[in-house]
Design a protein around this ligand. Sequence first.
Ligand SMILES: [Zn+2]
Ligand SMILES: [Zn+2]
Length: 379
Amino acid sequence: MKFKKSLKITICAFITIIVCMTFTGCLENCVNIQTPKFNNLNDFNDSDIKLKVSFLDVGQGDSILLSSDDEFVLVDAGEKEYGETVLDYIKSQGARSLKYVIATHPHSDHVGGLSAVINGIECENFITSETDQSTTTWLNVLRAVDKNDVNYIDSQPGSTYSFGEAEFTVLAPLSDGYEGYNNYSVVIKATCSNISYLLCGDAETISEKEMLKAKEDLSADVIKLGHHGSSTSSSKAFIKAVNPSFAIISCGKNNDYGHPHKETIKTLNDFNITYYRTDEVGTIVSVTDGTYLKFSSSTGEIANETYIPASENSSKSSFDTNDKTQPDKETYIGNKNSKIFHKPDCSGAKNMSDKNKVYFNSREKAVKDGYKPCGSCNP
Ligand SMILES: [Zn+2]
Ligand SMILES: [Zn+2]
């Protein structure tokens, strides 16, 4: 008994010392990597932004503009009625030309507005995947490409293109002969330093399986879910491999398809992924300096709300080893998906499913691995 008691005291003293060291250490050294609370955007200036990704509100459809150092990439342009809106937005961003225009696949909710864009601003390269689509909408796009002498590129998986300080790699489609056009979607992963965005077009589970099988590096911090959040996309295996912290759903208010489907929302919740929907918050803008991410929306609903440290690759690959670390009573518990860490007695930690848990022996280690402190337990 006596021995046990003194052991307890020793352990308590030891923990106190560790905690004190951690905190004093942090005051001196961690100011820059400490995650600011919401609305504290001081250490992430506009001048530090290296990549801006705008998920435009084009109702039931997709249109995404990426920009880095005044070089622009457009992925889709919504239905025809949104062509001018998309073009206006591109111009409002100061673009005089688009370096790459990607038509993910020839459905009108993605390419309807593209001819207006291609006819309205200088475009250097046009990337798409070959299909036998022959609707007037699609033929108009191809005509605009031809008429404006835009360089036509047949998408090739593995090809990488740079723009400003960022680049994107084509991940899919990996084959052809698909039923329907969704799986022909050109899927790209755009990367700027440590931050990646995976843009899935309308790719469905068949294409997702092929990407998984190809053992491509699918990991990304932000995913634009395939097919407007339909349950025919975003399979658990795929989302698990991407392991995103954030998901974007581009869909129209009260759309006829019931997008996003409840199965998809359940998957996001199961993996603790924060998601934003264009039908709820309008155009969603994400900016990064290559290490941090920030989101805002045109309705102001998510303005300044989120500001997270990057999920560094090192932390992702160290999950497995961390998992096996014996959970000490006084360790901090992080959530692999939300990248938030808690004190062990916080409800956020108690309610976390075991598979999402990662243990840290110190606060510093958690912050270093890209985790941000929980706002309620303030670890
Ligand atoms: Zn489609
Ligand atoms: Zn679509």
